[in-house]
Design a protein around this ligand. Structure first.
Ligand code: ADP
Ligand code: MG
Length: 377
């Protein structure tokens, strides 16, 4: 039996009548790493505030390991084993990295005894292990003020872990970080997820993709959708909430568009001629009406901005016709950029992506030959 670490039932939080959370239901297994996303104002921070006791529910309840947290003060909830990392790092800048961790390991002691007392052997081991986990062993004796923003974030995550919480709540850990630092934080959270239950709130979709197993989408104080990141990014309701406009294409059409777009993105760049080809072909495919096609062209442009892995999407294609269509469009996309004067040959990354596409589509060889020989429209 897998005990739930967190169960939230019919939770409503009103601020002067405005419902920041509105009859929200949520549950999470022990050991899970859950990512929560949602547009600004969706209620994400309030959600964490209720779990940590900073805000009291107007209605509904929060159960942590089966225990109702109602009316418990923040410090008691923290003692029960819920640790929270805020958006901005809160480390002691004048103390070294090691001293910050020592302090976090000994929350009951004060700064003076941590600095001048003798840490016990087991504390030493803990801190050593933590320094390694957060990748700051080499900087252990530097004052925290000399760390980069990303390193400070990792230190603070380490300080949180030092208090051995059963549940870690992490609010937007990669806001303002470089790509490399973002990836480091992602790896750290994945490592911690092997032995902790973690809730991460995040905006950065690429980061969400790096770490996410199951994603919960909040909107207007309630759960709008739950699923894998691929399901989330292809769900028409989620897209509507993020782009402020309901997609006029179906979820199935969206998947086809994403697969072909991934061919164009495989070299890390969406060339203008690739984008134009995709928009022109798909708008014709999705509508026969000239006026609608024209409107679709503007809309489809919004959906080209993301590069997504295609394995799961291809598995969801429904008919052989769709598979053939995707192969043909993928072939045309990787060929269109090679016809430009500055890039006379097919580029290698795109060729590799196309090979992978062929493998995943698994069409008979003669079909592939026929499709490749067909002129593009
Ligand atoms: P998110 O973190 O998803 O951006 P928040 O939880 O911060 O959303 O806020 C949800 C909504 O509740 C917002 O419309 C916000 O203005 C409102 N809100 C949050 N805290 C308060 C408060 N203390 N008083 C009044 N309104 C609040
Ligand atoms: Mg917030």
């Amino acid at each position: 039996m897998n005990q739930k670490i967190l169960e939230i039932e019919n939770l409503t939080v009103s601020f002067d009548g405005f419902k920041a959370l509105n009859n929200l239901n949520f549950s999470m297994d022990t050991g899970e790493l859950r990512v929560i996303i949602g547009p600004n104002g969706a209620g994400k921070t309030t959600f964490l505030d209720v779990i940590t006791g900073k805000v009291q529910p107007t209605e509904g309840r929060v159960l942590f390991q089966g225990r109702n947290l109602r009316r418990l003060p923040e410090y008691q909830i923290a003692r029960l084993g819920i640790g929270r990392k805020f958006q901005t790092p809160r480390v002691y800048l004048n103390l070294t990295v090691r001293e910050n961790l020592d302090l976090a390991c000994n929350r009951n002691k004060n700064v003076v005894s941590t600095l001048f007392g003798r840490p016990s052997a087991s504390d030493r081991r803990n801190v050593g292990g933590l320094l390694e986990t957060i990748g700051l062993l080499a900087k252990a004796d530097l004052p925290a003020q000399l760390l980069s923003h990303g390193e400070k974030q990792r230190l603070e995550i380490g300080m949180l872990v030092a208090q051995s919480p059963n549940l870690l709540l992490v609010d937007e850990p990669v806001a303002g970080l470089t790509d490399e630092e973002t990836e480091n934080i992602g790896e750290l959270l994945l490592a911690l997820a092997e032995s902790h239950s973690i809730v991460v709130i995040e905006h950065d979709m690429e980061f969400v993709r790096q770490i996410a197993r199951k994603v919960t989408v909040l909107h207007e104080g309630s759960v709008l959708f739950e699923g894998t990141i691929d399901e989330v990014q292809n769900d028409p309701r989620v897209i509507e909430v993020y782009l402020g406009q309901k997609p006029s294409i179906t979820a199935q059409q969206m998947k086809m568009l994403r697969i072909v777009t991934a061919m164009a993105w495989s070299d890390g760049n969406l060339a203008p001629e690739e984008a134009e080809l995709i928009i022109a072909r798909f708008s014709k495919l999705f509508s026969t009406d000239a006026e609608q096609q024209h409107q679709l062209q503007t809309e489809l442009r919004d959906y080209l901005a993301q590069n997504v892995p295609i394995d799961e999407l291809i598995a969801q294609l429904e008919s052989p016709e769709e598979r053939e269509l995707i192969l043909k469009l993928g072939y045309d996309v990787i060929n269109v950029s090679s016809r430009t004067p500055n890039e006379p040959t097919i580029n290698e990354e795109e060729a590799a992506a196309y090979k992978q596409l062929m493998r995943l589509l698994d069409l008979p060889e003669e079909v592939v030959k026929r499709l490749e020989a067909q002129p593009g429209e």
